[in-house]
Design a protein around this ligand. Sequence first.
Ligand code: URA
Length: 442
Amino acid sequence: MQMNMIELIQKKKRGLEMTPTEIDWLVAGVTDGSLPDYQLSAWLMAVCFNGMTDAETLELTMAMARSGDIVDLSDLPGVKGDKHSTGGVGDKTTLIVAPVCAACGVTMAKMSGRGLGHTGGTVDKLEAIPGFTTSLDAGRFFEVVEKTGLCVVGQSGNLTPADKKLYALRDVTATVESLPLIASSIMSKKLAAGADCIVLDVKTGSGAFMKTTEDAIALARAMVDIGNGAGRTCAALVTDMERPLGLGIGNSLEVCEAVEVLRGGGPEDLREVSIALASALLRLAARREPGSFPSGVEESEAAVKKAISSGAAFDRLREMVRAQGGDDGALTDTSKLPRARSVYTVVSPSDGYIYSMDTERVGMASVLLGAGRLTQNDRIDHSTGIVLARKTGDSVSKGEVIAWLHTSDEDRAKRVETEFLKALTILRERPEDRPLLFGIVE
Ligand code: URA
């Protein structure tokens, strides 16, 4: 039957369910460029208003996953694991979770992204390590995984081209904020990347895409249902992004902090979220291959903590860094990582408590220092960023240091100090405690 886009727009406009054939036809038209942007934009807006059924969302995800390369990891030994965060500030958990899970026997053959807007990306952080490359050809990628059980590279060029096209259109037609569109966009990339088990970290709060916990839980549910519906084993943790994770924000600074956690120290919140994510991934692996991985919460957390305390996880990271051309000595002697020539202190303007932090604004302050990109072609300065001395809930006295800005540019430091202070609300009253983990969706 001949299909036409006007009928599909009408259908979505009336809130009717599209058939799998219709969705496949639409995605094929996105991929080969035969459907005009104005019709796709109208369809996207109709989806924003009327949503999609679970069956439609799954079909859209699968069709977008099939629109380009599908990574076939089946020749690699063991259970293949992946981890994805919806994006945060100071979120360096992949640098911890990936080597920990590899040390516990999960094969971590992983693609990661670059920073987006106010959020950081794993590929940018790893590139702070001198010599490290995140672009390996397929042959070398498989060799590194076989040798170390762990490899993290950038996204391959032709992964999910339909998502690439639709995401770019959504960006300029105010149609990003739609649960089925976000869930299918993220999950199409995860499915195409080929892992058996996927742990998702869905962030909630002022530094996250999903500002409310209710929305974050709904997104987590949708993504887990898609992953499980596609035959993968998935779980999502909903975690706090009402304040940055850990104390360091910016690429070199975050590598240092991840190394601290892998060596048994580091900030408590970062440790806790990393342990929760890694142990959740081990439990997913246990569902895939019973008997080979710990299946209970306590057992899996104990395995993760042992991988850290024994040094096994840190050794995995060192091996991966070496195998990907990096100077692994920079992980033990962090003075070998890029460092800003100067560090500027930011002091508290008043007495009281840090009542709240607009975390998106804190992330943007770090971007303004050079740790992220304002335009696509900007070059990152890996040495720059912010180290927090105080976070939400901490008491502060007027004149006391609340953060350090790492930059070699004094003018920038002055501008960023003003921006950073605008992100903070300091009151006499202490804010209520907020959980770090809001729940797990399986
Ligand atoms: N990240 C994605 O990859 N897609 C979305 O739609 C939103 C965030």
